[in-house]
Design a protein around this ligand. Structure first.
Ligand code: SF4
Length: 375
């Protein structure tokens, strides 16, 4: 039996290793987290903010806070609690059916979501450097009662080991990079031992390069590069999140040979216009991060005010395809409510398919034909 959590995580200890004087220490310990501090900072009603944070915790790293240019901008909306979180009557607690009791397979351990044939999502932490107000796992992130235990981690590893079809393990959370280097390495090494003989891969889903880039250190990269093929999908939503610090963090990761992708969420009032999204996608490419997905916002309780209509996502996709490098055009997906998985949502580029030809429309709306092969 592995023991993963005998040491505190880096948010609690302020550093990922006692002997690692990482700048994360200073940044995390300066994190604003009490409702009173948040309310005071922005001249908000303290009681109201306290009420929201009782249900949905708030933490804002001092770094991310420094990115706010004005109250109500795209950065502010992502991190500062809003009264609308408590008046949402549409959202669901677990819309993607990630929890074991909502999954169709039997006997899934508490920390796993096993939806697709060959891959599994492994929630190794429920802490983040910033609690995004639109989070899909709003039901649990930041709740100390729901922090994974050694026993749960071991159960998940045993399941992955027993299921030989699993070859792609996605470490997620919360944020896996909120674990100490020591804890993270124990988990990486255990997963690697199981999936490496299967020619498998490890992925890490993390928002750290965006919200606490100081956490990405040469020491961390030295650990990560031992477990190749290892991929990181990070999460940026606004061009103002691309800074000298996030560039430095992504450069360290990319230089460690880690392919970087980005999973952006389409959010009302944050990035729901073509120009903002284009700037973001181009900015990501400029720091060697390949835009991977734009997610339609999920139907999560407490986040209805962030949702846009799907037509908006299609409009944004159309404004990217053909108008900027194809590398900067992610797949626009809707993660289906009820656990059906990610479904690409595409504008209609194929107008008609017949025996002889295909009628197509290009990015400028002009029509073209392609002759079918004769079989
Ligand atoms: S970092 Fe990810 S898991 Fe954490 S609150 Fe933000 S969206 Fe949720």
């Amino acid at each position: 039996m592995f023991s993963f959590f005998e040491r505190k995580d880096c948010a609690e200890s302020g550093s990922e290793d006692e002997d690692d004087p990482s700048p994360a220490q200073e940044t995390v310990t300066k994190t604003i987290s009490s409702p009173v501090e948040i309310a005071e900072q922005f001249g908000l009603d303290k009681l109201e903010i306290a009420k929201i944070c009782e249900k949905y915790p708030a933490i804002i790293s001092s770094y991310y806070l420094s990115l706010i240019r004005e109250k109500g901008d795209g950065i502010y909306k992502q991190c500062v609690p809003s009264a609308e979180e408590l008046t949402d009557e549409v959202g669901l607690e677990d819309p993607l059916h990630e929890e074991p009791e909502h999954q169709s397979r039997e006997g899934i351990p508490a920390l796993l979501t096993h939806r697709y044939p060959d891959r599994v999502l492994f929630r190794v932490s429920n802490r983040c450097a910033m609690y995004c107000r639109f989070c899909t796992r709003k039901r649990k992130v930041g709740d100390p009662q729901k922090q994974p235990t050694d026993e749960e981690i071991n159960e998940a590893l045993e399941y992955i080991s027993r299921h030989s079809e699993l070859r792609d393990v996605i470490l997620s959370g919360g944020d896996p990079l909120m674990l100490s280097n020591d804890q993270l390495e124990k988990i990486l090494s255990a997963v690697f031992k199981i999936i490496n003989p299967r020619n498998g891969i490890i992925r890490i889903g993390t928002r750290i390069p965006c919200v606490l880039p100081q956490r990405i250190s040469p020491e961390l990269c030295k650990i990560l590069k031992k477990y190749h093929p290892l991929f990181i999908n990070t999460h940026f939503n606004h061009p103002n999140e691309i800074t000298a610090e996030s560039r430095r963090a992504c450069a360290l990761l990319a230089d460690a040979g880690i392919p970087l992708g980005c999973q952006t969420v389409l959010l009302r009032g944050v990035n729901d216009d073509p120009q903002t999204m284009k700037e973001l996608m181009q900015g990501l490419l400029s720091m060697r991060v390949r835009p991977y997905y734009i997610f339609q916002a999920d139907l999560v309780k407490g986040t209805n005010h962030f949702r846009t209509r799907v037509e908006k996502g299609l409009e944004i996709y159309k404004s990217l395809r053909g108008f900027t490098s194809g590398l900067g055009v992610p797949t626009y997906v809707i993660d289906s409510t009820g656990g059906g998985g990610k479904i690409p949502a595409m504008p209609k580029y194929i107008e008609e398919i017949s025996e002889e030809k295909v009628k197509l429309k290009n990015y400028e709306g002009k029509s073209f034909e392609y002759l079918q092969a004769i079989e």
